[in-house]
Structure formats: C-alpha cells, structure tokens
Design a protein around this ligand. Structure first.
Ligand code: IPE
Ligand code: IPE
Ligand code: MG
Length: 247
C-alpha cells in the first residue's frame, strides 16, 4: 500500500471558479519586436479561447484581471490604447457571449472609465444577466484593497454597529459577494505575485503560476493548470487525516 496520502480533490474535479491574472502581453509583443498593444490585441484572442474552454469544461465562474487600479501608472499612450481595445471588445464580443448563454460582468471602480465605456458595460450586463452557462467577470480598474475599502464604506453608510461586523457581513459587500470563492488562481507571464487582485477571496484558493505568456495561453495550458489543481489537497486548516476520513 502506498503511504502517500490520496489528494482530497477528486481526479476529475473541475474548479467551479477560476480566477486569472492575464500577464505577459507586453513581453510577448517585445519578443516579436512589435508594439505592446499588439500583445494586448493577441491577449483578447487568447481570452476568447479560454472563455470557450472554461464553458466546455463546466467551469461555472471565470474572473479575469484586465486592468488594475495601478495600471493607470503606465504611459498615457498605452492606457489610451488599452481603453480603446476594451471598448472595441465590448462592442464586438458581447453578442457572442450572449449567444453562448454566458453572463458578463465587470467589477472595479467604473467611475474611472469614459461615459461611453460605462454605458457599454451596463448594457452588456443587462443583456446577459439571466444567462446561466458561465459567469464571465472582468476586473477593470479593480484593486483588492479598493474592494475591501468600498465594502467597509457601504457597511458604515448602512449604519451597521461595529459589534455586528463579522467576516460574513463584510464579505456580503464585496464586488463578487454572490459568487463562490475562486478554487483555482492562475497567473501567466512568470511573476509570482497577486498584484492587488482578489485579496479577500483568494484566502483559500489554490495558486498556479506559469511562465507561459498570456497571448500563448490556450486550452491545453488551461488543462495543465486544472491537472495541477487536481493534485492538490484542500485542507482549509484541517489535518490531512481529517480531510481523508471526511471524503
Ligand atoms: C498584462 O500584460 C495586461 C495588462 C496589465 C493590461 P502586461 O502588459 O503587463 O505585459 P508584460 O507584463 O509587460 O509582459
Ligand atoms: C497585473 O499585471 C494586472 C493585470 C494583469 C491586469 P501587471 O503586469 O500590471 O502587474 P505587476 O505590475 O507586474 O505586478
Ligand atoms: Mg505585466
């Protein structure tokens, strides 16, 4: 008999919620002596493939980091091109998401975006709100710290007494309060950091880092991440023995 403990994540388990930091677009373009924006364009294509692959594999929630609160610090020209790309993607991709029964959402401080983008976001969310196959969420002008601060503000404005504040009450005010917490976090592009993504929600998420640059991340790369996920034992603070006897 093998002494190695059996992982508690079943061999065919599909992570219900996958959260991705799509990083490496700029380096992908640089490697090809192309402008950074060419990498972002290619990144949109990669995202299209990953959305499809997630839906096919039965993932119910996909949340991606598209633009962080800190990305405004980039050169003005890159920021403008990213905004244009975001707007074009909203105009061109939402109908296809809707046809595929995918719910679309955006989280982040939308007041940072142009009126036109805000309208496109609201319309896309309204159009797809009853879709059930996959909830696809884009974090844009998002920061994990911003999310926690806006949750605290909402609580204070609602007049909740300090004694009534607990983790459940606070979590209910976060941007993706109605979703399960991410099971699998993926960061492409080789860096091993969270970069102010979903700080609260990643507390017990399985982390996966790959050197693959985002424009090259495809269905096979997603499968490799899911395969890694399946080898993890999710203990949530318990001992391995407890987890084994419960499963
Ligand atoms: C991720 O790719 C996309 C955004 C942050 C908008 P990067 O643009 O960060 O690519 P690298 O990290 O410079 O390669
Ligand atoms: C994180 O990527 C944010 C997105 C992918 C949108 P960055 O490339 O901006 O992160 P840092 O600055 O290297 O941590
Ligand atoms: Mg980067």
């Amino acid at each position: 008999m093998s002494t190695r403990s059996k992982p508690a994540t079943p061999e065919d388990a599909v992570p219900g919620h996958v959260a991705i930091i799509m990083d490496g677009n700029g380096r992908w373009a640089k490697n090809r002596l192309m402008p950074r924006v060419a990498g972002h364009r290619k990144g949109v294509e990669a995202l299209r493939g990953v959305i499809r692959a997630c839906a096919e594999r039965g993932v119910s929630h996909l949340t991606v980091f598209a633009f962080s609160s800190e990305n405004w610090r980039r050169p003005q020209e890159e920021v403008s091109l990213l905004m244009e790309l975001f707007m074009r993607a909203l105009e061109n991709e939402v109908a296809r998401l809707h046809e595929n029964n995918i719910r679309f959402r955006v989280i982040g401080d939308l007041s940072g975006f142009s009126e036109r983008i805000q309208v496109l976001i609201r319309d896309a969310e309204a159009l797809t709100r009853d879709n059930t196959r996959l909830t696809f969420t884009v974090a844009a002008n998002y920061g994990g710290r911003w999310d926690i601060v806006q949750a605290v503000k909402k609580l204070m404005l609602s007049g909740v007494p300090a004694g009534a504040v607990n983790e459940t009450v606070l979590a209910e005010q976060l941007s993706i309060a109605d979703m399960p917490e991410p099971d699998l976090f993926i960061r492409t592009g080789g860096e091993q950091r969270i970069s102010n993504f979903l700080l609260w929600q990643l507390a017990y998420t399985e982390l996966y880092f790959t050197d693959t640059l985002w424009p090259e991340f495809d269905a096979a790369a997603l499968d490799a991440a899911i395969a890694s996920y399946r080898t993890r034992e999710r203990r949530f603070g318990r001992t391995s023995e407890q987890v084994q006897s419960a499963s």
